[in-house]
Write a protein that binds this ligand. Structure first.
Ligand code: ATP
Length: 282
């Protein structure tokens, strides 16, 4: 199964809740860049095993894909063994929901493999237990996310966007990013309703002009390469550029695939994680 990454076109943190989580308002977009998740069902009772060669990704029970399989087994009282293989292409701890999308692929894959007959809503409700981004990764496409990020409204976005993704050689923990976010330092917030209008109209300059992420008030202070990447993207023809999630990956929207590929050449020698991709409509 293809487990696709997500980017944020907008990201606003509204407030901190009493349970310690945050209410957000953001527009999430699935992209073609993906991990490949393979599931091999055992013929009888057995454990959940996982194979993933990426050095930053835990093996065993700490892997969110493994937890997704355990959750399904417990929920449906299934003891059958399952072998999960992940071919990791999505950069880790980058703001691209790499772990969440692997978990989503396991839920969707086991639903088919074990003929569990869950509809989308049921899968999303189960996925929510694992992380706030998992329901979106199950639904895919484009969506407005509210609450903890799990209250989703699909957005019709007819225009395909050519994208360049560049990740500086750093990993950002989402928890650390929230701890360091100072609401008083936020001077520019995204206008998500305006972004939805631009998406529905297929208005590329409008979409590019509306890109905004409040985490850009904190993360680039610690990782100045983020500002350099944004500036280089704009200098190489990007219509707009924004950091995704809590970073540090940066997204640029280009007029064409050729434009994105040409710009990628400017980053190739400096950064390991450079991807030309495009939005995925679901
Ligand atoms: P988000 O955008 O949802 O906040 P992210 O893209 O910033 O997520 P991930 O790539 O999901 O971050 O990784 C976050 C942490 O989860 C890493 O420290 C990683 O070791 C751990 N992890 C557990 N399982 C996985 C997995 N299957 N793939 C990637 N990371 C995983």
């Amino acid at each position: 199964m293809e487990a696709r990454a997500k980017i944020n076109l907008t990201l606003d943190v509204i407030n901190r809740r009493e349970d310690g989580y945050h209410n957000v308002m953001m527009i999430m977009q699935q992209v073609c860049l993906s991990d490949t998740v393979q599931l091999v069902s055992g013929s009888g009772d057995g454990p959940v095993t996982i194979e993933c060669s990426h050095p930053q990704v835990p093996s065993g029970g700490a892997n969110i894909a493994c937890r997704a399989a355990q959750l399904i087994r417990e929920h449906f009282n299934i003891r059958r063994g399952i072998e999960i293989r992940i071919d990791k292409n999505i950069p880790v701890a980058a703001g691209l929901a790499g772990g969440s999308t692997d978990a989503a692929a396991v839920i969707k894959g086991l639903n088919l493999l074990w003929e569990l007959n869950m509809d989308m809503r049921e899968m999303m409700n189960l996925g929510k237990v694992l992380g706030a981004d998992v329901p979106f990764c199950i639904m895919g496409g484009t969506a407005l996310a509210e609450g903890m990020g799990d209250i989703l409204t699909p957005v019709r976005a007819p225009a395909e966007l050519d994208l360049l993704l560049v990740k500086p050689d750093a990993a950002v923990s989402t928890a650390w990013a929230y701890c360091n976010l100072d609401p008083a330092a936020i001077h520019e917030r995204p206008d998500s309703p305006m972004m939805i209008k631009a998406l529905e109209a297929g208005d590329r300059p409008g979409i590019a002009g509306g890109l905004c992420n409040v985490f850009e008030t904190v993360i680039p202070v610690h990782y100045p390469e983020i500002r350099d990447i944004k500036e280089t993207m704009l200098r190489t023809g990007a219509l707009g550029s924004v950091m995704t999630g809590s970073g540090p990956a940066v997204v640029g929207i280009y007029e064409s695939r050729e434009g994105a590929e040409k710009a990628a050449g400017c980053f190739a020698g400096r950064y390991r994680d450079v991807f030309v991709t495009r939005t995925f409509a679901g």
